[in-house]
Design a binder for this molecule. Structure first.
Ligand code: RUB
Length: 320
């Protein structure tokens, strides 16, 4: 079953990166809607809800995943017939995938304008949104150089340097802890995001906060490339982004850890970069200061606000 396979691939990180995860989930929902055995509205809804649940619970941090599922599922409640529900589902999934590609193109164009000829850029982890900006700047004729971190423990930096190398971009590969040693050679830090909260904080691969802090201290600008569907509407109603903590064996081989009974390996996959370490967020809707995250959530992901108002009404009525 395609949904289960996709969920497994997301969990095992065969499919990884917030944008790719979201598109893979939308594609799995589209496939599921097309291949459904259901022939009536009630069982179709039930099937789709169960598939959505399977996909949403794979990785907890990338908000692009529940956002994509929410977009694809929206309208299911309103559908009057099975056919309407099925067609609507397929169309919304296709639209999401298309708009995600379109968003990446826009971000590449907008982000590239912030990269100057001769710039040395530092990136952390493997973000197709951030890399899109770098590749676009290079394609437009700017002579640039990149520092890419290794990204312990899963080494996503290897994917990044392969892409940069294949494009012909001069690249330096460094261990994560070498960022401070090189920061004075860097003109710009450019990273992606798994989630952006209402106060403009950015959740991204573990180590991003250290990189951004180091850059801010050295007066180096920090840019985040993030599609609007990475913004987290439910942070408006006080929900926190859950930080995924993965198996300790990713950091320390199981056989070694067995010989160290007093040692616990902690392996959070993401961290939170506070708003004061971020200069701009490059979205497909424009390049914004992180403090404008609320506007993106309000204008592009309205359902969070609807929910907020609903709750607010209930609360004020209760107080009367
Ligand atoms: C990937 C990661 C990426 C963001 C943005 O973490 O932190 O920086 O997901 O990527 P993991 P993109 O490898 O654990 O999924 O811009 O490709 O959506």
């Amino acid at each position: 079953m395609f949904v289960t396979e996709t969920a497994e691939k997301i969990k095992s990180m065969e499919i990884r990166g917030a944008g790719r995860i979201a598109r893979a989930a939308a594609e799995a929902m589209r496939h599921h809607a097309m291949e459904t055995q259901a022939r009536d509205l009630v069982s179709f809804r039930r099937e789709m809800e169960s598939a959505a649940q399977t996909l949403v619970t794979t990785r907890p941090t990338a908000v692009s995943l529940p956002n994509a599922i929410h977009l694809v599922m929206s309208g299911l409640e309103r559908a009057a017939t099975f056919e309407e529900a099925q067609n609507g589902m397929i169309i919304r999934a296709e639209q999401f995938i298309q708009s995600s590609h379109h968003a990446l193109e826009k971000i590449a164009q907008f982000g590239a304008r912030h990269i100057r000829d001769g710039d040395i850029i530092l990136t952390h982890c493997n973000s197709e949104a951030a890399l899109g900006c770098i590749l676009e700047a290079y394609r437009s004729g700017k002579e640039i150089e990149v520092f890419a971190t290794e990204v312990r423990p899963r080494n996503q930096g290897l994917v990044t340097i392969r892409t940069l190398n294949d494009a012909g971009i001069k690249t330096n590969f460094i261990v994560d802890s070498a960022v401070r040693s090189f920061i004075h050679e860097i003109d710009l830090v450019l990273v992606g995001a798994d989630a952006v909260t209402v106060n403009g904080a950015v959740v991204n691969k573990i180590g991003t906060a250290q990189v951004a802090h180091t850059a801010t201290e050295a007066r180096v600008n920090v840019l985040v490339a993030a599609e609007t569907y990475k913004f987290a509407p439910r942070t408006i109603i006080g929900e926190l982004i859950q930080i995924e903590e993965r198996e300790g064996s990713e950091v320390l081989a199981y056989e070694i850890s067995q010989t160290l009974p007093h040692v616990t390996v902690r392996n959070p996959a993401f961290d939170v970069t506070p708003v004061e370490y971020i200069d701009l967020i490059v979205t497909e809707a424009g390049v914004i200061p992180p403090q404008m995250a609320y506007i993106i959530i309000r204008d592009y992901l309205g359902w969070g606000i609807e929910e907020f108002h609903k709750n607010f009404e209930i609360n004020t009525r209760n107080e009367e």
